[in-house]
Design a protein around this ligand. Structure first.
Ligand code: BGC
Length: 736
């Protein structure tokens, strides 16, 4: 007996085979989203793909990454329902990654807040805007832990740390879906998709779509944690990865999908392939035909074939050849119908779709204010010789650089957002200081030097009281299929930077980009560097807020910045190894070293400056924790500067001995503490046995008795620690 509702079971009884197969099929909305085109036109392009018409009217879902037009979406649904025999509505899905109309900072940036709030605010905002346009499912959050900034998709994810990944996962799911299942029916909620299951962040050489070769230990200890948090938070969908695990494509990997995802993590929702990825199983040469690829995906429990045209062509044959069962198909279809039911589509397939609502919601003041706060919290002040914050008492500000003008500062995964709606860097300065003379100079193209532009930029820099030098990446340089072997700023941008700083030392380098970059040379001479990421709709305003000190920078790096691309992968939670070299120096032989570079990153995980200085003292750690109990550790944090400020206090643990190699440090807690000048506060964290657990040689998840080091500090480089012992029980003498 299945666990589906009476309605879903009744439908399953009534549906014909074609109607069932249709549910597992997803096509791109572009087939019928041209202005004025009715759904009847569907048959045109799709018949070219040899899909029978009786299936077309039974399609389960569409992917819509272009239209934000509620009326068009309503029309599509209406026409579809007129043709669909049982009145089963279409699901509208879309890649809403960091904004629908109001664009928030890229996900990697929002993780840098070390605080779930920006993600929560973003997800609520995006859900409200998108549902009003008729979208039901977002292909977000992307939870791929990644250590390799050559991979362009690091911009979509939570960075290198599983603790932050878990924090992000919970916030995205709660923000999109609401706090409980019933909220999904609301007109301002979306169903969330955890992706890409699993291990995509470990593509070889950072090359998008390449194979992955990670151990089951790495998978469980690092990769799965955010997914588990997302499943526990109730995410309705999971998307499979394009990549492989243990040599088997994820999409057809029974161990990964059935045993681990559905079995161990307890995922009960809809599993969707990535775009065409069932078909692409053939490209791995582990399935001799499309039909065999479909069989692998069915066996792995994949319910929806996104844009692959495999299920639609193969399922009938697989059934006829007894290579899959009707029970399997009913399970797949039952899960898809259940999602439609949970979204309330059977009661009202048009719930929330309204032009009045989109007019009121898109880019409204409230949404813009939230995007601005998220951008403020995401930016990371990497270095500052005291230049920042800069007084607003300026006459002339020069905004120089290829990212300073009318350019896309939303990033590559924001197809629904219009970059014209975004406040550019120079506009942010104009808004902040209406009386100021703002000079705008490109200085160079992203990749090409231009003598005349360079000259004009230097002249502008000379005239200015302050220069904002906006460098970084073009929006399309990071994101899917955007791997690179070079993470440095382009030579012409570096030439510009050198010339501008020479012309005017009151220069702040603003970086607008989607991945950690090689800032080694720039950090050698730039008075201040603010990592702004792709900051979204309110980017320019948020930058001005920080530069002129209306708001203090509080972001911290969620990914390490290496000295150079040759150091990649660089990640703070690296394992303890026999030849570890704490100094990182090249001058130590026969230990972990590069002959020409430190082994440590240029800017470490957790790093980020504010406008005041904090000190830490009095780390207090009890001697022991009894299994099943908990301890409180603490430290006094003081604001030593003359401005109020917010410190991101970070708790790290290190397990001294274990059955398998364990990280040098693991982030286990974060607290934001706001202190007035001269104020100090005791900051405490609770450590539980749960926080000490890891996967053993047999993959059991538990904590061993023994010593653990506790660090509380500003970032992952914190050195001072105290030790406690996890004990199985009190020694007899202490028992009474
Ligand atoms: C990406 C997914 C995305 C899908 C649909 C794929 O190429 O890997 O992340 O959700 O396309 O646009």
């Amino acid at each position: 007996m299945n666990s589906f509702s009476p309605r879903v079971n009744t439908l399953l009884k009534e549906m014909t085979l074609n109607e069932k197969i249709g549910q597992t099929f997803q096509i791109v909305a572009g087939f019928y989203h041209e202005e004025g085109i009715k759904i009847e036109d569907l048959t045109g392009p799709i018949t070219d793909e040899t899909v029978a018409e009786d299936v077309l009217w039974n399609i389960g879902s569409i992917i819509d990454n272009a239209s934000c037009d509620p009326e068009r979406n309503r029309r599509v649904q209406e026409t579809f329902l007129e043709h669909n025999r049982l009145g089963i509505p279409l699901l509208f899905m879309a890649d809403i990654i960091h904004g629908y109309k109001t664009c928030f900072p890229i996900p990697l940036a929002m993780t840098c807040a070390f605080d779930p709030e920006p993600v929560l605010e973003y997800a609520r905002t995006a859900a409200a805007e998108a549902r009003a346009a008729g979208i039901h499912v977002t292909f977000s959050p992307m939870l791929d832990l990644s250590r390799d900034c050559r991979w362009g998709r690091v911009m979509e994810g939570p960075g290198e740390d599983p603790f932050l990944g878990e924090m992000a996962a919970r916030a995205y799911v709660e923000g999109y879906q609401g706090a409980n299942e019933d909220e999904l029916k609301r007109q301002d909620r979306l169903a969330a998709t955890l992706k890409h299951f699993a291990g995509y962040g470990f593509v070889m050489g950072g090359r998008d779509y390449d194979e992955t070769d990670i151990t089951e230990h790495t998978l469980r200890e690092y990769v799965l944690r955010a997914f588990k948090a997302g499943v526990d938070a109730g995410a309705e969908l999971v998307m499979s990865s394009f990549t492989t695990f243990e040599g088997v494509p994820a999409n057809g990997n029974k161990k990964l999908m059935q045993d681990i995802l559905r079995g161990e993590l307890g995922f009960k929702g809809v599993l969707i392939s990535d775009c065409g990825s069932i078909n692409r199983i053939q490209g791995y040469h582990v399935a001799a035909s499309g039909k065999e690829a479909s069989r692998m995906a069915v066996d792995a429990g994949c319910d929806i074939d996104m844009m692959g045209f495999r299920y639609i062509n193969d399922i009938k044959t697989l059934l006829a050849e007894k290579k899959m069962t009707m029970e399997q198909l009913d399970e797949m279809v039952g899960r898809i119908l259940t999602l439609k039911e949970k979204l309330g589509l059977f009661e009202d397939p048009f719930k929330g779709i309204s032009k009045e609502r989109t007019d009121a919601l898109y880019l409204c003041e409230d949404h813009r204010a939230k995007a601005r706060r998220a951008a403020q919290k995401s930016m990371v002040l990497l270095q500052n010789n005291g230049l920042l914050p800069f007084s607003k008492d300026v006459k002339t500000v020069a905004v120089i650089g290829p990212n300073g003008g009318d350019i896309n500062i939303n990033g590559n995964w924001s197809s629904h957002c219009d970059c014209k709606d975004s406040v550019k860097v120079y506009e942010g300065v104009q808004n902040a200081i209406p009386g100021a003379n703002v000079l705008l100079e490109r200085g160079c193209e992203f990749t090409a030097r231009d003598e005349a532009l360079l000259h004009r930029a230097v002249e502008a820099a000379k005239q200015a009281d302050l220069v904002l030098l906006a460098l970084g990446e073009k929006d399309c340089w990071s994101g899917e299929a955007c791997s690179t072997t070079n993470i440095a700023l382009t030579p012409c941008q570096m030439e510009l930077a050198r010339a501008v700083v020479k012309a005017n030392p009151k220069t702040v380098a603003l970086l607008i980009n989607g991945r950690p970059m090689d800032l080694t040379e720039l950090s050698g001479f730039a008075p201040a560097i603010l990592e702004c990421w792709f900051p979204g709709t309110e980017g320019g305003n948020a930058i001005a807020d920080l530069v002129f000190g209306d708001v203090e920078p509080t972001g911290r790096l969620a990914m390490s910045f290496p000295y150079c691309v040759g150091q990649v992968p660089t990640y703070y939670n690296r394992s303890q190894v026999s030849h570890y070299n704490p100094s990182g120096s090249p001058n130590v032989w026969f230990q972990l070293r590069y002959s020409n570079c430190s082994i440590h990153p240029r800017f470490a995980f957790g790093h980020g400056l504010g406008y005041t200085k904090f000190s830490y003292k009095g780390l207090t750690v009890p001697a022991a924790m009894i299994r099943g109990g908990e301890i409180t550790v603490s430290c006094t944090v003081a604001n030593e500067g003359d401005r109020p400020g917010t410190e991101t206090v970070q708790l790290y643990l290190r397990d001294e001995f274990a059955q398998v190699i364990r990280p040098l440090k693991e982030l286990k807690g974060v607290q934001k503490v706001t202190l007035q000048p001269g104020e100090e506060r005791l900051v405490s964290f609770t450590i539980t046995e749960e926080m000490l657990k890891y996967h053993h040689r047999d993959f059991s998840f538990c904590a061993d008795a023994g010593a653990f080091q506790v660090f509380i500090g500003h970032d992952s480089t914190v050195e001072e620690y105290k030790v406690f012992e996890l004990k199985d029980e009190y020694p007899a003498a202490e028992r009474q």
